[in-house]
Write a protein that binds this ligand. Sequence first.
Ligand SMILES: [Zn+2]
Length: 240
Amino acid sequence: MSLKEEIRKIVQVQNIDSRIHKLKLEKETLIPEQLQKLKEEFESKKENLASFEEDFKKIQLKKKESEVELASKEDVLRKAQADLYKLKTNKEYQAKLTEIGSLKADISVAEEDVLIAMDDIENCKKTLEAQKADLAAEEKLYKDKQSETANTLKDFEAQISSLNNERNNYAKEVEPKTLAKYDDLLVKRHGLAAVPVVGNNCGACHILLNHQQINEIKMYADLVICGNCVRILYIPEDLE
Ligand SMILES: [Zn+2]
């Protein structure tokens, strides 16, 4: 096979390689990253909910405490009111009245506390329900994406395997020496090893090539490498 013919195959191999590279990048990096992001969002919402549930328990406990406090103050008040009629002197009577007044004020504060706690609990219940629904939606999104991803990855593997076969069919027709040079450059030149000459310039780094270089390329006796970006040069019209 002529070198020109080999370069034609190399260009086809390179097209397939870049498709394989793109699929692998998506399979190994982009898709796992998307999935990881959803997982983190789900887990962060789960943690928020757990911490909110803790707060909710505290508010419920506080309400219970306020209710106990209220009941105990009401008890004391009842006793004080009963005592009122047993008192002998006016001084004692006045002192008990003052005590009762102060107890009533305390009770009013305790009642207010219970009402506030009840309000807090109602609001928390609403927030809790909203957070639970939000978490369930996030979980569904994550699970759906997980199974969608599993399918996508299977599909990608099939595509990559089929592209590899296609690649090998082209590659096996290229001289091992030429193919080795291409493979080496592909890695070193980040996926672009063979580039067309555009006008009289390298198609990758755009450096101007002289007539002698153009003539050497057109002879296809040896691989001509761009002196600037180190890539195999070819004239696209020659390969048509
Ligand atoms: Zn170049």
